[in-house]
Design a protein around this ligand. Sequence first.
Ligand code: AHG
Ligand code: MN
Ligand code: MN
Length: 330
Amino acid sequence: MAQRGTTIERHIFERQRATSSATGELSGLLQQIATASKIINSKVNQAGLADALGVTGEVNVQGEEVQKLDEFANSILIRCVEAGGHLCCMASEEVEELITIPDRFTTGKYVLMFDPLDGSTNIDVNISIGTIFSVHKRMTTGRNGTVADCLQRGTEQVAAGYVIYGSSTMFVYSTGEGVHGFTLDPSVGEYFLSHPNIQTPKHGKTYSVNDANCSKWVDPLQAYVNRLRSPQADGSLRSARYVGTLVADFHRTLLKGGIFMYPGEKKKPEGKLRLLYEASPMAFLAERAGGAASDGKRRILEIVPDKLHQRTPLFIGSAEDVADAVRSLG
Ligand code: AHG
Ligand code: MN
Ligand code: MN
């Protein structure tokens, strides 16, 4: 049993030692991601001083303005993992095409997909932002991985996690056995275990949705959210929270319970959030913390992707609250 004061390196190694088939490759990859997050964290913390705020003037594959920190985080993540020999390819929210491993490096058996900086619109107003990652085992053979290695069901993930750059910086991850949270001690530059084996309450009083979109929702969804706004059977009121950064809204929901949703709309039924590097890794974590994640009809983890940047509606959080949402939309 990992004790408090456990560094993330030790925790990752203990998980590796407990897994007889482990070769240390996944451990190496996770540690490289943790290192990248420390570098990103340092830049985030001084963004206002280092001319790292604002936009680059480009527009990404999502059709969104690229923030300077989006680009910085993307390049740091790629540089920290591409040489490690653990990956056959990568996919990033910020890069339209599959990211291959340069010929000068060896390749490995894993695929990494990531949102290097989540919540970009909140960067310039000093609200929590994050990084999200998902790891699969490759299915193809040969030196380089292909898009097919990325388009796997979420149930096949071997690891997933996120970093939240908030009032403190936390690294939350799972390799399938529980969800564990680590808090960065900036004075030593180490992540220490602070939230072992996170469990999401079966029900929570908080609901989280961008209310401004309600006129765009289908009627059953409008009726469902109206019910959430109304007093519960015992007369108590729920609370509404919406940060506008998936990582922050999910982190609160993971710890405290309730539901976060980014629904589809009448004219945009697929919603906004991306399946491979937002919804799927968060669904992996939600389920391993005893929660649930649905697109409104089916488990997020059961969706078979067909495009790198495909979007999906997302209802995620407490098992009972997600089930209630799915029943209401059915
Ligand atoms: P990203 O910054 O990586 O593009 O992600 C932003 C996403 C997600 O973080 C958040 O939940 C959602 O956009 C907020 O969207 P709205 O501003 O439309 O509510
Ligand atoms: Mn995002
Ligand atoms: Mn992003």
